[in-house]
Structures are given as C-alpha cells and as structure tokens.
Design a protein around this ligand. Structure first.
Ligand code: SF4
Length: 116
C-alpha cells in the first residue's frame, strides 16, 4: 500500500510517498532530510500530535495551553476533554502544569502564556 503525506517537520512541507507493508514503512521518498523519513515511519506505525488548546481559569479568562510532548493520535480527544473539564487558578505562568497526566497518558498539559 502507498500512502502520501506532507512532512510537518519544518515549513518546507515536503510531500512524502511511503510504501507500507504490514503496518510499517518500508520505503520513504520525497523527504529532503532524515526528519521526514522518521516522521513518515512514526506516522505509519504510531502517529502522534502536539495538542494546543485553552483551559478555563477560575476568573473565566481562557489560558492557552499545550501538551508537554506529542500525544498518541487516538488519545487527542481524551486529552482535550480532560483540559476542557478542568479549571486553572490565576495567575498562570508559562510552563506551569495546567493538567497533570492528562487522560492517563502520562503527559502533562502546560501553560504557554502568562495570564493574570
Ligand atoms: S523532510 Fe526535512 S526538509 Fe522536508 S519538511 Fe520534513 S523536516 Fe522539512
């Protein structure tokens, strides 16, 4: 099976063609650097994404947050739900943990902008 995807490793956005056998990438073309090959291999076998969203503060002001590391794609909805059902106390500072171990992923959600 052939899969086409765009590398998100940098703004160049190389168009990758990936030959997939038994759920694994056996060849990658179209990448300009090794990051593209690694991205394609991970995207085929265990895709992940950084999650960025906002969390509500105790004063009603939304606070921008993101996951500390990339989240398995199938857990994104659960992580967003965990954030949306939480409230952070102000003031919030960049790097503060907003939600610990979001949705049992072992990944924390952290503040990305000072608020309050
Ligand atoms: S393959 Fe390399 S150069 Fe191309 S988009 Fe990915 S990171 Fe950028």
């Amino acid at each position: 099976m052939t899969r086409n995807m765009i590398c998100i490793g940098c703004p160049m956005g190389c168009e990758l063609t990936v030959e997939v056998e038994n759920g694994r990438a056996v060849s990658v073309t179209g990448n300009t650097c090794g990051i593209g090959r690694k991205y394609a291999e991970a995207e085929v076998s265990a895709p992940t994404r950084m999650v960025t969203t906002t969390i509500m503060s105790d004063s009603g002001v939304p606070v921008p947050v993101k996951t500390r590391t990339a989240v398995p794609k199938e857990k994104i909805f659960d992580v967003v739900s965990a954030v949306k059902s939480s409230v952070i106390r102000l003031p919030a500072r960049i790097g503060d943990t907003a939600v610990e171990n979001a949705a049992g992923t072992g990944i924390d959600v952290i503040v990305t902008k000072d608020v309050g």
